[in-house]
Design a protein around this ligand. Structure first.
Ligand code: C2O
Ligand code: CU
Length: 473
C-alpha cells in the first residue's frame, strides 16, 4: 500500500446516490466556481528550468461531505500544472513523502527511458529523484502520474495526477489562447469508485455493481451533485481535457448539442481546427478544444461504464458564462503539418492483449514484474507498424511510451477526422484491433526500458504491460 491508511479518514458515512439523484443533465443541486490547478513555479539558472514536486498523502472531499484519504503532488489531491517549453532543459526534484515506493511518469513525453519514471525508476519513501532532459515535444497537453510496479492504480486513484502543458514558438501556438487560468483552462476529469466510508477503490474485483459510489470529478470537485461555473473574460476560451480516470471512457460534449472546435489530440495540434460533436477520451487520453462564446454553455461528461460499473451517465460538469466584448481573430487555417506515414517499408509487429482468468497479459506474458513481462527489442531509427489485437471480451486501451503514433487502421477501417492526429493512447475494444505506426528516434538505451500497456490501471497492475528496449542500431 501507499500507507494512505495511516492518514486516518474521519469520514462520516454517506448513502449511495441513486441514478436519479446524480447530476445528470440539468439536475444540478449546487454550483461552485471551477478550481484551476496552480501553475507550478520554476526557477531558471544556467539554461536549466527546475521544478520541485513532493508526492504526499492527505485528505480531501472526493465525495461531498465525506473525508477521504487521498494523495497528490505538493497538495493533498491532484498536482499543480507544469509548463514546459520546447528546447528548454528541465530538471525535476521530486521527493517521495509517501510511505511506499513511487515513480513519476511523464505520460506522452519524448524523453530518454532513464528519465521517464517507469517501473524501473521507482524510488523509496524519503528519497528524491531528479530526472533532467531536454524538451523535444511540440506544443501539446501531457500529464504526470505514478508508475511503480503494481501500485499505479492505487496511487493514481487517490489523486496523484497533474497536467503538463508543452509550449512551442509556433505560429499556431501564438494564435491560440494561452493565458493559463484565464483563457487556457485545464480540466482534469476522473471517474472514481468509493465505499460509503469514503475509501477510494483501485481494484474492483469482487465488488457488485451498485455497491459503491462512483463520483465524477472535475479538477478535484465532485460534479455528482455540483455544477461548476467558469466566467470567461475572453470571448475565445481554450480547454485542455485530461481523462485521469482509472478506467472509464469520458466523452465531452456541449449540453446544447452544438459542436466543439477541436484543435489538438493528445500528441499535438490537428492539421486544422475541426468541428466535432463530442470528444471521446479513454483513460489517460487528452484533447484540446476552443469555444467562441456569446452565450453561456454547459459542458457535459458522458461516462461510459468501463471498469467503474454504475458510474455511467451524463453529467453537467461546467457552465461557462461569457463576460467579454472582444472579437477574436479567425483561427489559423493550418495549425500543423502532419505527414501521414507511408508504412509500406515499415517493420511489422504483432501485439496481443490477452487474459487468462484474472491475469492480464501482453503477447501471452503476465507483466507484473520486469522479469515476467514480454520485452520488445527495437533499434534506434526504426520505423514500425504494429497490429494490436484485443483477444479478450473486455474493453482495453493501448499506451506506448517514448514516441507518438499514427493510427493506420481502427478495427479494419481507415481513420478519419481527428483520428488522423497524433496519439499515445487509444481504445482497443473487446475482440477488436488497431494498427499503429511509429518511428523510434533520439534515445537508445540498453539498460532502461519504455513501457507499453493497457491504460486501464487495474489491468496494467495485473500484468497487461510489456517493456520496449530501444537499442543503438
Ligand atoms: Cu500514463 Cu505508462 O502511462
Ligand atoms: Cu485493459
Amino acid at each position: 500500500g501507499v500507507g494512505l491508511a495511516a492518514v486516518g479518514a474521519a469520514g462520516a458515512a454517506f448513502s449511495l446516490l441513486t441514478d436519479a439523484e446524480r447530476n445528470t443533465a440539468g439536475a444540478a443541486t449546487n454550483t461552485a466556481t471551477l478550481t484551476v490547478p496552480d501553475l507550478l513555479e520554476a526557477t531558471t539558472t544556467d539554461g536549466t528550468t527546475t521544478f520541485t514536486l513532493a508526492a504526499q498523502s492527505g485528505t480531501s472531499e472526493v465525495i461531498s461531505g465525506v473525508t477521504s484519504s487521498t494523495a497528490g503532488y505538493n497538495q493533498s489531491y491532484l498536482g499543480p500544472t507544469m509548463k514546459w517549453t520546447k528546447g528548454d532543459t528541465v530538471l525535476l526534484n521530486i521527493t517521495n513523502n509517501l510511505d511506499d515506493d513511487t515513480s513519476v511518469h511523464f505520460h506522452g513525453a519524448h524523453i530518454p527511458a532513464e528519465m521517464d519514471g517507469g517501473p524501473q525508476n521507482a524510488f523509496a519513501a524519503g528519497e528524491t529523484w531528479s530526472p533532467t532532459f531536454e524538451i523535444l515535444d511540440e506544443a501539446k497537453t501531457l500529464w504526470y502520474h505514478p508508475h511503480a510496479l503494481g501500485t499505479t492504480a492505487e496511487q493514481v486513484v487517490h489523486g496523484m495526477a497533474g497536467m503538463i502543458i508543452v509550449e512551442d514558438g509556433s505560429d499556431a501556438s501564438a494564435a491560440l489562447p494561452s493565458e493559463y487560468g484565464v483563457d487556457d483552462i485545464p480540466l482534469v476529469l476522473q471517474c472514481l469508485a468509493s465505499d460509503t466510508s469514503g475509501d477510494i477503490k483501485y481494484n474492483l474485483t469482487g465488488y457488485l455493481s451498485g455497491s459503491l459510489a462512483y463520483p465524477v470529478l472535475c479538477n478535484g470537485t465532485n460534479v455528482d451533485d455540483t455544477t461548476l461555473t467558469f466566467t470567461a473574460t475572453k470571448t475565445r476560451t481554450r480547454f485542455r481535457v485530461l481523462n485521469a480516470s482509472p478506467s472509464d471512457i469520458i466523452t465531452v460534449q456541449r449540453g446544447d448539442g452544438g459542436t466543439l472546435t477541436q484543435i489538438a489530440t493528445e500528441q499535438g495540434y490537428l492539421t486544422s481546427a475541426t468541428e466535432v460533436s463530442s470528444i471521446r477520451l479513454v483513460a489517460g487520453g487528452r484533447a484540446e478544444f476552443v469555444m467562441d462564446l456569446s452565450d453561456a454553455v454547459t459542458l457535459q461528461a458522458v461516462v461510459t461504464t468501463g471498469w467503474v460499473r454504475g458510474g455511467s451517465g451524463t453529467y453537467d460538469f461546467l457552465t461557462v458564462t461569457p463576460d467579454a466584448s472582444d472579437t477574436p481573430d479567425d483561427l489559423p487555417s493550418t495549425l500543423n503539418t502532419i505527414e501521414r506515414y507511408d508504412t509500406s517499408s515499415f517493420t511489422a509487429r504483432e501485439i496481443t492483449l490477452d487474459q487468462d482468468g484474472l491475469e492480464m497479459a501482453i503477447n501471452g506474458s503476465v507483466g507484473t514484474t520486469m522479469d515476467s513481462m514480454a520485452t520488445i527489442m527495437t533499434t534506434l531509427g526504426s520505423s514500425e507498424i504494429w497490429t494490436i489485437t484485443n483477444n479478450t471480451m473486455l474493453e482495453h486501451s493501448f499506451h506506448l511510451h517514448d514516441v507518438p503514433f499514427q493510427l493506420i487502421e481502427i478495427n479494419g477501417e481507415e481513420p478519419t477526422g481527428v483520428d488522423l492526429g497524433w496519439f499515445d493512447t487509444y481504445e482497443v475494444v473487446g475482440g477488436g484491433s488497431i494498427k499503429i505506426a511509429m518511428q523510434f528516434t533520439d534515445f537508445a538505451d540498453d539498460t532502461y526500458m519504455y513501457m507499453l500497456h493497457c491504460h486501464l490501471l487495474q489491468h496494467e497492475d495485473e500484468g497487461m504491460m510489456a517493456a520496449l528496449m530501444v537499442m543503438e542500431s
